[in-house]
Design a protein around this ligand. Structure first.
Ligand SMILES: C[S@@+](CC[C@H](N)C(=O)[O-])C[C@H]1O[C@@H](n2cnc3c(N)ncnc32)[C@H](O)[C@@H]1O
Length: 238
């Protein structure tokens, strides 16, 4: 996933002959925005949470990139007004679609905020990984309820803050419906979230092998289908 974003930004640098514009929707406390600003991007973060934005500003200042990040309070409905005027080279919706009220409308807004030929990067929680992880932890009834729920959530459970989880087919479908050409769907955390840390520490070469396996498995079904999160990159028509 990082490679996909890096190559997207390299392309944007060539196209724009300068600083890539990134719009990070639901960017929260800057998990993505701060590294992207450190990599030389101009980043606009739009998020409804004042607390998250305050943390973002602190992190940006600590990293010395405050002047490259614009933090704006708002939601997906505000993008038309607050996004970069010519559209962003890269629009992020990472950890966002699980929370919004209307997925198609949000994705249309993300797509409209991207420049022609730009990209929309979406990262979501995978419903099947959530089932698998609960079952492996012995929470089998919860795993069954989650598996059966149409939105892949634990209906009525105070512990489940997500409105929905995704699988790769649904993710591709909603991106296409928003007018995007889906270029990649990859898993993130295919095996690394399942292998115990103690194994990696005690077995020579295991960490390197796992990192290599993770990259190879990210794009390969059926392993991709059990990754903790799914990442998709959609292309906006030129
Ligand atoms: C799980 S966090 C993801 C933060 C960050 N993007 C990341 O990947 O670490 C979800 C964020 O989405 C924001 N959010 C929730 N509903 C939103 C909406 N309708 N429009 C924009 N952001 C929203 C929340 O305030 C929160 O900061």
């Amino acid at each position: 996933m990082y490679r996909v974003l890096e190559s997207e930004l390299a392309e944007a640098r060539r196209r724009r002959d300068g600083t890539p514009e990134v719009l990070d929707v639901g960017g929260g406390s800057g998990v993505w925005a701060v590294p992207l600003a450190s990599a030389g991007c101009a980043v606009t973060v739009v998020d409804p949470s004042p607390n998250a934005l305050a943390t973002l500003q602190r992190r940006a200042a600590d990293a010395g990139v405050a002047e490259r990040i614009r933090a704006l309070q708002g939601d997906t409905e505000a993008l038309e007004v607050v996004g970069p005027p010519d559209g962003a080279d890269l629009v992020l919706g990472h950890g966002l679609l699980e929370f919004v009220d209307d997925v198609p409308a949000s994705l249309r807004a993300l797509t409209a905020a991207a420049a022609p030929g730009g990209a929309v990067s979406v990262l979501v929680v995978n419903r099947y990984a959530a089932v698998l992880q609960r079952a492996l932890a012995g929470r089998v009834s919860e795993a069954l309820r989650l598996f059966r729920d149409v939105d892949g959530r634990l209906e009525g459970s105070a512990g489940d803050t997500l409105q929905r989880r995704f699988d790769s087919d649904v993710l591709e479908h909603v991106l296409r419906e928003a007018g995007l050409t889906v270029e990649t769907v990859r898993g993130q955390g295919v095996l690394s979230d399942l292998v115990p840390g103690s194994v990696l520490e005690s077995t020579a070469g295991a960490a390197d092998a796992l990192a290599e396996l993770e990259i190879a498995a990210a794009a390969r079904s059926p392993l991709r289908e059990v990754a903790t999160r799914l990442h998709a990159l959609g292309r906006v028509p030129s």
